[in-house]
Design a protein around this ligand. Structure first.
Ligand code: GLU
Length: 493
């Protein structure tokens, strides 16, 4: 059976930093489009001018590219259904609002914000849910036309049916039935001539031939409105998929600003740009977020290619998922192990360079096998491997004194280590390790003491990748120079 190519879209509002929720919907959109040979579209929903944040749109485009979710159509790549920025589609919405008014499905509303606020206060006092009171719903068309001709500002409201019920079908949740008397006459076109989400998204999804709308479950409350607007136009509905929400790690409620700040302190974030800076990989982030709402095994490691193979919208789940950053660590570390050495080298070089280090590419390729297994995030490479690229290391003097020894004894060990290394033509680890083992046997110092002093002297740190392999990569000259410096420090103590 051939599957019809899907056209999916991610439609973020540029109102802040791009977050995990947007990335996950974009991933599912991308997977469905790729799976069916269709298209994935980026549409910028920027009609709420007061909330638009400069730079947010660019951050979304950069974020999608970083994740590898390249869209087929969008503001910066164009496409046959453009423009893809809603503020550039004003005429299209005005035209469609007029169609609804002409068909009797919408009406101009002249109520002022003051009046609406008064009505709202009264409704609250009566313990009613705030809703439009219908003042302009039955205004005679010629009266409305007269007011417009006199320059009176108006919005356009959608005329919700009062009788009966609306049945809206969600692919994951089945039929959702709402009594129409519970529905409100929402504004679809504002006084500034720009549409609200309700009109803009519906018109665009139709004009852009979107077949599947995946979006957050926060849109369920206005879902009946959207279905009614589509039916008023007489259009075919897309397949609706309202995705689960993310809960904070405790599973109780949504992530607040305070919790997001705490996560950041712990080295985690729900914002894509931060995740990038914190050393997470797109592969790790995508695998982790994919499983929050997709009914596959919780620890399934998948590349995007494998996800495309396995993806079906029927396997998505509507139940909310708690954010678990330890799992993010797990997926990130796992994907780091799956990268080719050349790929990992290119990514780590960025972090070393940001740290102001001069990276020798040959050394970089050689040290990667020594640190790869230790990396949870890419920036861990700094603590494990910066010493490879430093001219000099700066060990803490006390760290050079081995446990159970004093400075004099430690200096003696360091001098002996120097002699051993100096006697080697090169520092291949096969060659270097045996004489040190012999020294441990004959000297009465234990291996921890000898190797500890040597490690701190040549790497500048107490914890390092395998010592002899590291020294082989650093080379004889660097190791001897660093040991000499450490001996000097110990002799002065
Ligand atoms: N602009 C809406 C948002 O950012 C998009 C919702 C949708 O995907 O339809 O929440």
């Amino acid at each position: 059976m051939s599957i019809k190519p899907a056209r999916t879209r991610i439609a973020p509002s540029p109102t802040g930093h791009m977050h995990l929720g947007t990335a996950r919907v974009a991933l599912y959109d991308y997977l469905l489009a790729k799976k069916t040979g269709g298209q994935f579209i980026l549409r910028i929903e920027d009609t709420d001018l007061k909330r638009t944040v400069p730079g947010a749109e660019q951050e979304i485009m950069d974020g999608l590219r970083w994740l590898g979710l390249q869209y087929d159509e969008g503001p910066d790549v164009g496409g046959p259904h453009g423009p893809y920025r809603q503020t550039e589609r004003r005429d299209i919405y005005q035209h469609h609002a007029k169609i609804l008014v002409d068909k009797g499905h919408a009406y101009p509303c002249f109520c002022t914000p003051d009046h609406l606020e008064k009505v709202r206060q009264e409704q609250m006092k009566r313990k009613e849910n705030p809703h439009y009171d219908g003042t302009c719903r039955n205004l005679a068309p010629d009266e409305a036309a007269k007011r417009i001709a006199n320059g009176k500002a108006c919005t356009i409201r959608f005329k919700m049916p009062h009788e009966g019920a609306t049945v809206a079908h969600d692919h994951l949740r089945g039929d959702i039935t709402t009594e129409n008397k519970q529905l409100n006459d929402y504004v679809i076109l504002k006084t500034d001539g720009l549409p609200t989400y309700h009109l803009a998204a519906i018109v665009d999804d139709h004009e852009m031939e979107i077949t599947h709308v995946m979006r957050g479950s926060e849109w369920l409350s206005t879902f009946p409105l959207h279905v009614n607007i589509i039916r008023a136009f007489g259009w075919e509905e897309p397949t609706w998929v309202h995705l689960s929400v993310f809960l904070k790690p405790s599973g109780k409620g949504k992530m607040s600003k305070r919790e997001a700040a705490q996560a950041m302190k712990d080295g985690y974030s729900i914002f894509i740009k931060d995740m990038q800076d914190l050393g997470f990989t797109p592969e790790g982030v995508l695998n982790w977020s994919a499983l929050m709402g997709w009914g596959v095994a919780e620890d399934d490691v998948m590349t995007v290619g494998q996800m495309v193979e396995r993806f079906t919208i029927a396997s998505l789940t509507p139940s909310p998922a708690a954010i678990n950053f330890q799992k993010l660590d797990h997926f990130n570390a796992t994907h780091i192990r799956l990268l080719t050495t050349a790929d990992l080298a290119a990514r780590l070089k960025h972090y070393f360079t940001c740290e102001g280090l001069n990276v020798n590419d040959d050394v970089l390729l050689k040290m990667i096998p020594l640190i790869r297994e230790r990396l949870t995030t890419l920036d861990d490479c700094i603590s494990f491997g910066a010493f490879f690229f430093k001219d000099e290391v700066a060990p803490v003097a006390e760290d050079l004194i081995a446990k159970g020894l004093d400075a004099k004894q430690s200096a003696e060990v360091a001098r002996k280590a120097y002699q051993i290394l100096e006697a080697q033509p090169d520092l291949s680890h096969e060659r270097c390790e045996p004489p040190f083992r012999e020294y441990v046997e004959s000297s009465g110092f234990n291996a921890g003491q000898v190797f500890g002093i040597l490690r701190v002297a040549v790497t500048g740190q107490k914890v390092s990748p395998p010592l002899f392999e590291s020294m082989e990569i650093m080379g004889r000259d660097v190791c001897l120079r660093r040991l000499q410096h450490a001996i000097g420090m110990l002799e002065k103590m």
